[in-house]
Write a protein that binds this ligand. Structure first.
Ligand SMILES: [Mn+2]
Length: 405
């Protein structure tokens, strides 16, 4: 069986005020073409199909078009809800869609949906486990008595309910933060963790029974530990912390049990996302912005975190880090004349020591809503917000994000 593993499409996502729909269409077109050309038996989407519970109508149409093309071409699509999706909306029309080879598992069920494929080596079963928090998993799998324990217990209970027979081949599609013992995966700024302090961590050992685990949630493509457990990563860059990544999908082939081959297939964006750094006058020079390949900024001004990174196009999504010490008059306006898709501007002199070396650091516009609230509370009352207030605010923020407000 051959399949494509992707996830974290976040259809409808807006990054720094720019809609990513065009990029998402490009990625979905490429995924469809790859599936067709390689005669893939299925496309697996490991959650976060949409960016929010109520996606924009253009996003729904985009995904609808993708499903339509796959159905026409006879390519099954198997997807699950991630933490950004609305379970019920993803599960819409589940029964009729199944008949067309479209399996979208939104709502967590007592016995998770299993889809069987067969090839010359027998049966391959794909188990679909949509995202749910500990309380949600407890409500479905637990006795409902004690506290809603952790993510790990929930996932463990879910896996126990799956018919994973020895000797046959099994694939799991799920959406969690998975580590392997002490080892934790690399994270990006565009992911939203579902619990504070690592309580959302699920251990890779729970997936021992599967021949391949297709994960979503983290936006960087990576393997988890020594087992065949992979994050495909998002097909599009969604934050500047991903500027140096190359986005891709996995093309996986499962032959007889134990024989797994896979390759990364890279996706080419319309606009790349990159960070440029230097004094403004340098960044505005034609000999800098027109340079097409493997070019560094003038001596002494490197792209931080990105040595030798290519500078392909001035229409890319740009984060400009200005190193000027003196005051600049509306630098964003000036830069946009050259870089029309300037997304973010960082004045390096305003960066404090904290978070130094990264662009997720402490500039005003990069503070989380929670930090902004704490700051606001301090300014208004002269006191620190207590834990109960912060907690109430966190819940309100989570709710608002989930509802797409
Ligand atoms: Mn995601």
């Amino acid at each position: 069986m051959k399949f494509i593993h992707t996830g974290d499409l976040h259809i409808g996502k807006i990054v720094n005020g720019f809609s990513m729909l065009e990029e998402q269409k490009r990625a979905l077109d490429a995924i469809f073409t790859l599936a067709e050309e390689t005669c893939a038996d299925a496309v697996l989407i490991a959650g976060d199909i949409y960016d929010r519970a109520i996606p924009p109508k253009e996003g729904v149409s985009l995904f609808d078009g993708f499903l339509g093309r796959c159905t026409e071409a006879g390519i099954p699509v198997l997807g699950i809800a991630g933490n950004h999706d609305s379970p019920e909306r993803i599960s819409f029309a589940e029964v009729p869609l199944k008949r067309q080879g479209i399996y979208l598992e939104g709502v967590l069920k007592g016995s998770p949906t299993a889809v069987c494929f067969s090839d010359e080596w027998g049966t391959v079963t794909v188990h679909l486990l949509p995202f749910a928090g500990p309380a949600g998993m407890k409500a479905v799998f637990g006795d409902g008595e004690s506290d809603a324990e952790g993510f790990s217990e929930g996932v463990q209970n879910a896996v126990k309910r799956m018919q994973v027979s020895d000797g046959e081949r099994h694939i799991l599609v799920t959406h969690h933060f998975v580590g392997d013992g002490e080892w934790q995966p690399e994270v990006c700024d565009s992911e939203s963790r579902t619990a504070v302090g690592g309580a959302d961590l699920v251990d890779a050992s729970l997936f021992d029974a599967f021949d391949y685990t297709a994960l979503g949630h983290l936006h960087r493509a990576q393997k988890v530990g020594e087992r065949p457990i992979y994050y495909s990563g998002s097909p599009v860059k969604y934050s500047f912390s991903e500027a140096n990544q190359r986005k891709s999908v996995y093309l996986v082939e499962l032959r007889e049990k134990g024989n797994l081959t896979m390759e990364r297939r890279f996706l080419t964006p319309i606009h790349d996302m990159r960070i440029i750094r230097g004094p403004m006058m340098e960044l505005m020079k034609p000999e800098v912005y027109t340079l097409p390949h493997e070019v560094r900024l003038p001596a002494g001004h490197e792209l931080r975190d990105a040595p030798g990174y290519t500078l392909p196009h001035r229409e890319d999504y740009i984060c400009a880090v200005l190193t000027d010490e003196e005051e600049l008059l509306d630098p964003a306006e000036s830069l946009r004349a050259v870089y029309p898709n300037l997304m973010q501007l960082v004045l390096e002199k305003n960066l404090t020591g904290e978070g130094e070396g990264t662009f997720s650091g402490r500039t005003r516009e990069r503070k989380s809503p929670e930090e902004l609230f704490a700051e606001f509370f301090r300014e208004v009352t002269g006191r620190e917000a207590d834990e109960a207030r912060l907690c109430a605010m966190r819940e309100a923020i989570e709710w608002a994000e989930k509802e797409g407000l």
